[in-house]
Every structure is written in C-alpha cells, then in structure tokens.
Write a protein that binds this ligand. Sequence first.
Ligand SMILES: [Mg+2]
Length: 183
Amino acid sequence: MTILVDMDDTVEYLLKAWVKGANEQFHRNISYDDVLSWDVSAAYPGLTWEQVYSIPMQPGFWSTVEPIPGAAEALQRLMDSGHRVFIVTATPHESVPEKMHDVLFRYFPFLSWDQVIITGNKQMIKGDVLIDDGIHNLEGGDYIKILMTAPHNKNYDAEAHGMIRVHNWEEIEQVISNLAESM
Ligand SMILES: [Mg+2]
C-alpha cells in the first residue's frame, strides 16, 4: 500500500512543544488537553493569534519537538514489509529547513527527502491511506482516512464521517495490517 503520513501530532508532538513554549513566553499554565480547537490561539484568551502563532516560527523551536513513541519503529516496520511510506505535511515554508533537520531526519533517519511531500492541500495527493490528526486533511480525500486522536479532535465523530479513529502507533499498525489483508 501507499501510506501517507502526516507529521505534526501524528509522528511528533508539535502541540506539546507549542503549548510549552507559549506558556513559558506568555506566563500561562495551559495544558495540552486544553487545546480543543484546531486554532491553538483559542486556548489562550487575551493573546492574539499572531502572538500564539509566533511560537513555532521562532528559531530553535523545532529542536524542542519530540517524537511520538513507537512512530519510528512502526514506520520502519511498514517500510520493511513492503509498503510505500510518504510524509505529507502542510507547513509554513519558513519552517521547512528546521522541521526537516531538527525533527524528521533526526528521529526518522531511515526516511529520505524523496518520501516527503510539502503541501497545504493533502486532498491532491494520491495514496491508499492517510493518517492525520487534522480532520480537514482527511475530509474529501481519495484515501482511506485514519484519524490520529488529538485534544482538538477528540469530540469529533470519526466513524460517522467514514474515518477510523486511532490513539497510538500500535493501533495504526493493526489497522494497516487489517487493511492490507483485505486489499
Ligand atoms: Mg497534524
């Protein structure tokens, strides 16, 4: 299968690093689980969108982003078993060098640049499956939709929208293995 894999909050914890950075910089005490909207600034009343969204654009930010446990091992196993894996990330173009160097190729060194697709429109990408925490990236796509649980999507009825909800990489591997058998 061709497996498309989102980066932020699917293979690494962007949101955790973001909340930590915003709390430190703006003297807040917001927790990761308080971010109930895709718009992170909604969790920071009193701060502007520009203030909150400046955090991941700051130099050095991406070196504070940590991988999601099990993601690297699972991706490697999927590739070893013959699946084609592509990272598909919608990211501001300014973030690309640090994000690739400080996160993707640091924690996922077995991936190559040939396996990275940068796009703001994931529905244009062809694959059998997309694993993503962003509902708007799954809706309308011509792929099987696996929704990675994150605080901002936990109240969304994935099943009613034809998506398979997962909570960790163990579950993702199981879903992929079931899909591969049925294809
Ligand atoms: Mg994401």
